[in-house]
Design a protein around this ligand. Structure first.
Ligand code: FAD
Ligand code: UDP
Length: 377
C-alpha cells in the first residue's frame, strides 16, 4: 500500500507525516521545486540574512491541534507581529485601532468617534470595514470613509485589482477595525516563528523512515486525469493520490484557466543594522508595491551591520508565473466548483491545500485540514 502526495508545502508535508504515523503505508512525495516547505520556504541569502523567498510568513493560530502538531518539530521564537501603515508618510498601526484613530484625527473628533465606536460595537470588538461602512452615525461614517480610503481601497486595488466590496467579505474581515488599543496584527493566542525557520521545521516533519521525498518532479508532466481514471507515466494508478497543486493545471485548463494573483519580490540588502521600526510596513495610499518586509524583525536574527528587505508587487498571474493567491470572488468560485466536480469523479484523487482547494487558507488552517484528511485515509 502506498500514498502519493503531490507538493511538499505545508499541506503535503503535514499529510505525509500524519499518514506515515497512522498507517504502515509507504508515502512518496513529489515536489517540482528544488526545495520543500512550499511558499513558507526560508533560507539565508548571500549576506546571511534568513529570508522568505515567497513572501513573509508568520505562524499564528487559535487551533490547538495545529499548534501542538507543529510544536513536535520546532521550538518557537515568540513574535508578536505588528504592522504599520504608511499613510502619506505617517505611520499608524494596522489593523486600524484606537491608537491609529488618535493619530489620524484631532483630539476632540477622535474622542467623539471613539465614544460612538464603543457604543456601537463594544470595547474590544473586531469590526469588518464593510460592516463599519454600513453605519449611519455621522462620526462613524467619517471614520469608515477615512479607513476605507486610507487603509483598504488602494492597497486592495494593488493586491487584487478590485475594490474591497467586490471580493468575498471574508478577505476584508482578515484585517478588521479594532475597537481597542491592541496593536498586534493577528488576534490569535498562539503566534511565533519556527526557531530555525519553516524549512527546518518541515524537514524534520518529513524525516520518517516511510516517507520518500523526490524533488524536481513535476506531477503534471507524469499524471493525467481522464474522467474517473488517473494515469501515472501512462499506467492506470489505483493508489491514493493527494494533490496540493493548482487544479486547473492538473486538468489541462479544460474548463478555462482559474485566475490567480502573483507577486514580484524585489529583495535589497542594506549595510545598516535596521531599516524600519517593525517587520512589515504596508503602503496603503501610494507606491506601486503593497508592503516592505524586513526579515530580521520577524525572525529575531542577530546580525549587526546588515539587513535585508523585500518589496512586494502584486499583478495578474500569467502562464509560467507562481500562482500565489486564488481570487476570492464569486466568478472564480463558480469555475473552481466546476473543476472540482470533474475531479471528484476520480475516487482515488484527493485535493488539499491553498491551490488545490482554491481557498485563501493560512498555514494553521492547512495543517488542521491535512490532519483531518489523514484521519479519513
Ligand atoms: P504551497 O505552500 O503553495 O505548496 C504547494 C507545493 O506544491 C509547492 O511547493 C509547489 O511547488 C508544489 N506543486 C504544485 N504543483 C505541483 C506539481 N504539479 N508537481 C509537484 N509539485 C507541485 N499563512 C500564514 O499562516 N501566515 C502568513 O504570514 C502567511 N503569509 C503569506 C504571504 C504570502 C505572500 C502568501 C502568498 C501566502 C501567505 N500565507 C500565510 C499562506 C501560506 O503560504 C499558505 O497557507 C501555505 O503555503 C499553504 O500550503 P500549501 O501546501 O497548500 O501550498
Ligand atoms: N488589506 C488592506 N490594507 C492593509 C492590509 C490588508 O487593504 O493594510 C486588505 C487587502 O485586500 C488584503 C486583505 O485585506 O489582501 C487581507 O490582508 P492580509 O494581511 O490578511 O493578507 P495576506 O497578505 O495575509 O494575504
Amino acid at each position: 500500500m502506498r500514498y502519493l502526495i503531490v507538493g511538499a508545502g505545508p499541506a503535503g508535508c503535514t499529510l505525509a507525516r500524519a499518514v506515515a504515523e497512522r498507517t504502515d503505508a509507504e508515502v512518496l512525495v513529489w515536489e517540482r521545486r528544488d526545495h520543500i516547505a512550499g511558499n513558507t520556504y526560508d533560507a539565508p541569502d548571500a549576506a546571511g540574512v534568513l529570508t522568505h523567498r515567497y513572501g513573509p510568513h508568520i505562524f499564528h493560530t487559535r487551533e490547538e491541534e495545529a499548534q501542538t502538531f507543529l510544536s513536535r518539530f520546532t521550538e518557537w521564537y515568540p513574535l508578536r507581529h505588528r504592522v504599520l501603515a504608511d499613510v502619506h508618510g505617517r505611520l499608524m498601526p494596522v489593523p486600524f485601532n484606537l491608537v491609529s484613530l488618535r493619530l489620524a484625527f484631532e483630539p476632540a473628533q477622535a474622542e467623539a468617534m471613539e465614544r460612538r465606536l464603543t457604543e456601537a460595537f463594544g470595547y474590544g470588538a473586531r469590526v469588518s470595514i464593510l460592516r463599519l461602512r454600513e453605519r449611519a452615525e455621522p462620526e462613524l461614517r467619517t471614520l469608515a470613509d477615512y479607513v476605507y480610503e486610507n487603509v483598504f481601497r488602494h492597497y486592495t486595488r494593488k493586491q487584487w485589482d478590485a475594490e474591497p466590496d467586490q471580493l468575498d467579505p471574508a478577505a476584508m474581515s482578515r484585517v478588521p477595525v479594532l475597537v481597542s488599543e491592541d496593536c498586534g496584527y493577528f488576534q490569535d493566542p498562539w503566534q511565533g516563528m519556527p526557531a530555525d525557520g519553516f524549512t527546518a521545521m518541515f524537514a524534520r516533519m518529513l524525516d520518517h523512515p516511510r516517507i520518500r521525498m523526490e524533488l524536481g518532479v513535476d506531477a503534471c508532466a507524469r499524471m493525467t486525469l481522464d474522467g474517473a481514471n488517473l494515469r501515472v507515466d501512462g499506467e492506470r494508478c489505483d493508489e491514493t493520490v493527494i494533490y496540493t497543486g493548482a487544479l486547473d493545471e492538473l486538468m489541462r485548463n479544460r474548463l478555462g484557466p482559474l485566475p490567480y494573483r502573483t507577486l514580484d519580490f524585489v529583495f535589497e540588502t542594506l549595510n545598516q543594522d535596521e531599516y524600519q521600526p517593525v517587520g512589515v510596513v504596508n503602503y496603503t495610499v501610494d507606491q506601486p508595491f503593497t508592503r516592505i518586509t524586513e526579515f530580521k524583525k520577524l525572525t529575531g536574527q542577530k546580525l549587526p551591520g546588515v539587513t535585508t528587505i523585500a518589496r512586494e508587487y502584486p499583478r495578474a498571474c500569467a502562464p509560467g508565473d507562481t500562482p500565489y493567491y486564488p481570487i476570492p470572488d464569486a466568478q472564480s468560485a463558480g469555475r473552481y466548483a466546476a473543476y472540482r466536480r470533474e475531479a471528484e469523479r476520480c475516487p482515488n484523487l484527493r485535493l488539499l491545500g491553498r491551490l488545490a482547494e482554491y481557498r485563501y487558507y493560512n498555514i494553521d488552517a492547512i495543517v488542521t485540514r491535512a490532519l483531518a484528511l489523514a484521519r479519513t485515509l
